[in-house]
Design a protein around this ligand. Structure first.
Ligand SMILES: [Zn+2]
Length: 54
């Protein structure tokens, strides 16, 4: 049986090229935060509600 950790972390992926841009936890919330992908130059808006990318 796999024991799940108390807090999970997932990668936020670039919406264009799927490069891993940053880690967020399962309690993360963000809106109006932008990250520019260093791989393809696409400006991703990071919209996360309760640990899920919207
Ligand atoms: Zn990209």
């Amino acid at each position: 049986m796999i024991r799940l950790p108390a807090t999970r972390k997932d990668w936020f992926l670039c919406k264009r090229c799927q490069k891993k841009l940053l880690l967020f936890s399962d309690i993360a919330n963000s809106k109006g935060v932008y990250i520019k992908c260093k791989n393809c130059g696409y400006e991703n808006e990071i919209i996360i509600r309760n640990g899920k990318v919207i």
